[in-house]
Design a protein around this ligand. Structure first.
Ligand code: ADP
Length: 498
């Protein structure tokens, strides 16, 4: 604190203040410093027109005021700092949202450069892409730049060589250009100079240390950029790099899925064609075996008959497998279609029973059917529905070693309900959905005893769902399984058009 009783008497000590005392017409003066954490941040200076020193009490009051002023100033500064920090964070989170919510790269980068310039209070900004293969920069999004200048820069051939952009990405560090007039001439620097932008801050966009481009801020006023602006620009540059990297990855994935889709289409088409090709000679072989057995080419010796029977049954098995593969490849290729017509559920059950009875008998399984009386006629693909039921009953017999297999069929609320129960091993809970997936088998080991392709239930589900129905399984381990089917009595016309 400085207390001067009469400033006019202080010619030696305070020559400057003496002059102003004369000008302003004061004599006594009291100056109290505003000190915060050891730093002087201001002064309260009071004066009197006459010579009359301030009292102890008055000095004490002024000191208290000075302390209050320091607190007030400091609070304001803190408040402003928090405000600025909040603004930065809000902008960053906004940019973060833009980066993660849209795949429109240009929109994201535009948001970034807009916010960066707005928050830093600079006069213009731009994002440049670095084209590694050409060693060139291309102008991307810009903000607050004169459209004429933007057009001019777009046409420039910007090599890495002498440009600040090149320097920044080579060093992988932000580059400050406090005064562009001090840099060697290059087309980009000249364009900046012509539009009156003297200072530049160039922050490289890096992904895993690979340069992808640069975020540039420009200012009319020459000079260094404050540290806060550099940190903020760095944060925005990081976001830009993420956005660029996301876009690149997305494109790569899109390209890959396109290739995979094509490959898968080709494979499905190939498998479908092959299956057709395999069926023709097999049908001929089966036909000739039948003719031989029936004695068309003369009575075969007794000993040939069981062999011919085996040829025919193995051939039929093979035909079944080929048909399964053909079905699944048609489903994959989206070419699987239903042939809708009238059918009687009772006769489907009958057909399946006739076809599988002997199998059940061989395994000494009881086999029962229970079809409700007076069922309505259904509309659907009889052949395909028979295939589904055949598969369910075939599985039931295949997996059951003792006990019985039964089919029930009824109708309620416009739906048929068909179920196939067995007293087999049961299906573990975690497999009850998965067995309906392609190639899925509860026991897929090489030493499986039961055989099969793991495709039957996938095809069955497809057929049932194309009819507008559902198929699922209930099971108790060690006691057996029941496969349920629920089918609309009349499948919607156009069902299975897909
Ligand atoms: P596949 O019978 O040709 O293996 P499916 O798609 O018809 O193929 O059946 C898939 C798997 O579901 C079978 O391998 C078997 O593990 C299980 N599964 C199907 N039906 C039964 C059943 N009734 N009892 C026990 N497991 C069954």
């Amino acid at each position: 604190m400085i207390h001067v009783a009469d400033m006019l008497a202080e010619a030696d000590e305070y020559p400057e203040s003496r002059k102003s005392a004369l000008q302003l017409g004061y004599r006594t003066a009291l100056a109290v410093p505003l000190v915060h954490a050891g730093d002087a941040i201001g002064v309260i200076f009071i004066r009197r027109a006459e010579v009359r020193p301030f009292t102890e009490r008055q000095i004490e009051v002024l000191n208290t005021f000075a302390d209050q002023a320091v607190i007030a100033i400091e609070n304001t500064r803190l408040f402003e700092e928090v405000q600025a920090r909040n603004r930065d964070l809000t902008a960053l989170s906004e940019v973060g949202r833009a980066v993660s919510s849209t795949l429109d790269l240009r929109l994201v980068l535009k948001t970034i450069v807009d916010r960066a310039v707005e928050l830093s209070g600079t006069d213009g900004g731009s994002i440049f892409y670095y084209r590694k293969e050409k060693g060139r920069f291309e102008l991307g999004e810009t903000t607050r730049l004169d459209p004429v200048v933007v057009e001019r820069i777009r046409k420039l051939d910007i090599a890495t060589g002498t440009t600040g952009l090149g320097e920044a990405i080579a060093n992988r560090q932000p580059l400050q250009v406090p005064d562009v007039t001090k840099r060697a001439s290059n087309p980009l620097r000249d364009a900046a100079l012509d539009s009156g932008l003297y200072a530049a801050l160039i922050v490289p966009l890096l992904s895993a240390d690979e340069p992808l481009g640069a975020l540039v801020q420009q200012r009319r006023q020459p000079g260094e950029f404050p540290q806060a602006v550099i940190s903020l620009t760095q944060a925005f540059a990081d976001q830009s790099a993420i956005a660029l990297e996301n876009a690149r990855l997305f494109e790569e994935i899109a390209q890959k899925s396109c290739e995979l889709e094509m490959a898968s289409q080709h494979k499905s088409q190939f498998v479908a064609n092959m299956s057709h090709e395999l069926r023709t000679p097999l049908a001929a072989m089966l036909g000739y075996a039948e003719l031989l057995q029936e004695g068309i080419y003369g009575a075969p010796p007794e000993t040939f008959l069981p062999i011919l029977t085996r040829i025919r049954s193995n051939g039929k098995h093979l035909l079944g497998l080929i048909n399964t593969v053909l079905d699944i490849s048609k489903i994959e290729a989206g070419q699987f279609k239903l042939n809708l017509g009238e059918y009687a559920l009772g006769s489907i059950v009958e057909t399946v029973m006739v076809a599988t009875e002997s199998l059940a008998a061989t395994k000494r399984l009881a086999f029962t059917i229970e079809v409700a009386k007076g069922l309505p006629y259904g509309l659907g693909d009889e052949q395909r529905l028979t295939q589904v039921l055949l598969n369910l009953v075939g599985n039931a017999i295949k997996f059951t070693d003792a006990g019985k297999v039964s089919i029930t069929a009824g109708a309620a609320n416009g739906h048929f309900a068909v179920s196939v129960s067995d007293t087999g091993p049961g299906i573990p809970p975690e497999e009850r959905e998965r067995i309906f997936e392609k190639f899925r088998q509860v026991d897929s080991s090489n030493t499986r005893a039961k055989g099969g392709t793991g495709l039957g239930l996938a095809i069955a589900r497809e057929i049932v769902e194309m009819h507008g129905g559902r198929i699922w399984v209930e099971s108790t381990m060690g006691q057996g399984s029941t496969f349920h089917m629920e089918l609309p009595v009349r499948a919607a016309a156009g069902a299975g058009a897909a």
